[in-house]
Ligand binder design. Structure first.
Ligand SMILES: Cc1cc2nc3c(=O)[nH]c(=O)nc-3n(C[C@H](O)[C@H](O)[C@H](O)COP(=O)(O)O)c2cc1C
Length: 188
């Protein structure tokens, strides 16, 4: 029997009506049946402070760090803020990057982004990709998913109404399943 892959979803936006959370949910719906998405809540993560870190990880960070460790893969859906990674998300990534045993090492990561503009957060993704590479994560390269003009592609309940977007997201999740398997083979 095939093992169900435990996929953690991280949304870079905290707002309730976030288009990126809608895109993340869509990714969860369109994943192959061997994958199961669990969207985590990182709202309780404080701003990184080296003095606090020196005393030990805050409980919210320790819990999330452990959750990321257990995951077979991570899907990040996030907006672009001022051409880059939203500060809150970067802060969360920074907290869980401390220590030689941090959970990003070798972790398959897929990323997608939705924005009101035409580029769909592309500039941010290359910054996020750079951070993931530094952390020795295993970011999926293709297919890339940039959901531009996103407000016109989701309805008021956050359901995607655009077939092309669904196809891109579904194809990315299928590729992510293969990517996770390929990484597992490489690790032996
Ligand atoms: C601080 C801030 C900076 C933004 N900068 C960009 C940007 O650089 N590029 C872009 O396409 N959209 C930018 N936007 C607009 C977001 O793409 C848009 O608000 C998006 O819907 C936010 O994602 P969400 O719906 O998941 O919350 C910015 C929004 C905020 C709040």
């Amino acid at each position: 029997m095939t093992k169900t892959l435990d996929i953690v979803g991280i949304c870079g936006s905290l707002r309730k009506a976030s288009l990126n959370r809608a895109a993340l949910r869509l990714a969860g719906e369109l994943m192959p049946p061997t994958m199961k998405l669990d969207i985590i809540d990182w709202r309780g993560v404080p701003v990184f402070d080296g003095d606090v870190f020196a005393q030990g990880l805050p409980p919210a960070v320790a819990t999330l760090r452990e959750r990321l460790h257990r995951a077979d893969g991570i899907v990040i859906a996030t907006p672009e803020y001022n051409f880059s990674v939203p500060g809150g998300l970067k802060n969360f990534i920074d907290w869980v990057s401390r220590g030689d045993d941090h959970p990003w090492t070798g972790k398959p990561v897929a990323m997608l982004s939705a924005s009101g503009g035409p580029l769909g957060g592309a500039r941010m993704q290359y910054d996020l990709r750079k951070v993931m590479l530094y952390l020795n994560a295993a970011p999926l390269v293709k297919p890339e998913v940039f959901i531009g003009m996103a407000p016109s592609k989701f309805d008021a309940e956050g359901r995607c109404t655009d077939e092309t977007t669904k196809k891109f997201v579904g194809d990315q999740m299928a590729a992510f399943e293969r990517w996770i398997a390929a990484n597992a083979r490489m690790r032996g």
